[in-house]
Design a protein around this ligand. Structure first.
Ligand code: PHE
Length: 346
């Protein structure tokens, strides 16, 4: 009897393991646990067991029944994979739980897009601290204490001469002090200005700075890089214009415009043939997008480079401005309000 119990257990477990679908498993279940099943038969044969062994044999058959039942249940769960509607089963026809999947903020996206253009030209991405000191935010960049140009880069002051950087240009000086030319870098990051908040001003915004230093870097290299950038971001037809300007850390300096992405400089007329001023460029046909220039020799001296040996160009642009133009966003504050209805659109 004991041998028989052992043998049935062995083949039952094997058969359960081999069952590859619910039908096979059900047949096996009937074969062992059904009303005329092999295990059920064992109970019926108890009559022929000697009284002295009844207790032990009974226990063996019971434990075989439990083992087999458990094995069948487990296998059934595995085979059904949650199908069916009985208690404990999962109804896969119920709607699933939809998880909120996030994505990049439009500003991060724009930073990645801008950096991407320059990365494809061989630039490396570098970052620097948002809490700066006067030396890097001003002096190293040739903005002396008493010079009126400091006004344009005014900022928030913290304790002990620390301040929030008002542009990403300080990272130019920090990077040059620690690295030797030639190199080409872009520097994305947050900057701060004590401006009253309105549709086009924010006390915090983002810039992407560019700096290329090496042997015989020319103004035409700056033009080439920026032209490629404008075409990739605003479309192949985009034109560029350089206007003379002033930044203490570049010489010569330029303000760079792109042809208006709304009117392309063409006259807009309504149904009555009356001329309308373009709402984006005000009829000028051009929109300013960034500041740029050749690195001022004084900046090279300040970081220990020999201005006779190296030249370079630098540029800096506001990320919000690029995103506002690219996506037609009417108000800079929308970037920072965290309104899901706005953010979802990007
Ligand atoms: N730092 C300047 C600004 O914030 C932009 C700039 C960067 C201009 C590099 C020239 C060269 O306005």
């Amino acid at each position: 009897m004991r041998d028989k119990i052992g043998e049935i257990e062995r083949i039952a477990i094997e058969e359960i393991a081999l069952a590859s679908d619910a039908d096979m498993l059900e047949k096996a279940r009937v074969k062992y646990l059904g009303r005329k099943g092999l295990i059920t038969e064992l109970f019926k044969n108890m009559g022929s067991v000697s009284p002295g062994e009844k207790g032990e044999i009974g226990q063996l058959i019971n434990s075989l029944k439990n083992t087999a039942t458990k094995a069948f249940d487990e296998k059934a769960r595995g085979l059904l994979g949650g199908r069916g509607t009985g208690a404990g089963k999962i109804d896969v026809t119920l709607p699933g739980i939809v998880h909120d999947v996030g994505h990049l903020h439009p500003i991060s996206k724009t930073i990645e897009e801008i950096s991407g253009v320059f990365i494809s030209l061989g630039f490396k991405v570098v970052e620097g601290p948002e809490i700066e000191n006067e030396h890097y935010n001003f002096e190293a960049l040739n903005i002396p204490l008493e010079h009126p140009s400091r006004d344009a880069f005014d900022t928030f002051y913290l304790a002990d001469k620390w301040l929030l950087r008002s542009h990403t240009s300080p990272v130019q000086a920090r990077f040059m002090e620690k690295n030797k030319p030639p190199f080409a870098i872009v520097i994305p990051g947050k900057v701060y200005r004590p401006d009253a908040t309105d549709a086009s001003h924010s006390f915090m915004f983002h810039q992407v700075e560019g700096l290329v230093v090496g042997d015989n870097i020319r103004f035409s290299d700056l033009k080439g890089a920026l032209t490629l950038f404008a075409r990739q971001i605003f479309g192949e037809k985009t034109k560029m214009r350089f206007r003379p300007s002033f930044f203490p850390f570049t010489e010569p300096s330029a303000e760079v415009d792109i042809s208006c992405i709304l009117c392309s400089g063409k006259e807009l007329r309504d149904a009555e043939n009356a001329v309308h001023k373009c709402s984006l460029c005000g009829g000028k046909g051009w929109i300013e997008i960034l500041g740029a220039g050749m690195v001022n020799p004084k900046v090279f001296k300040n970081v220990g480079y020999d201005p006779e040996k190296v030249t370079g160009f630098a540029f800096g642009m506001g990320v919000e401005r690029i995103a506002i133009l690219k996506y037609g966003i009417p108000d800079i504050r929308m970037f920072f309000e965290n309104d899901i209805r706005f953010l979802r659109q990007f």
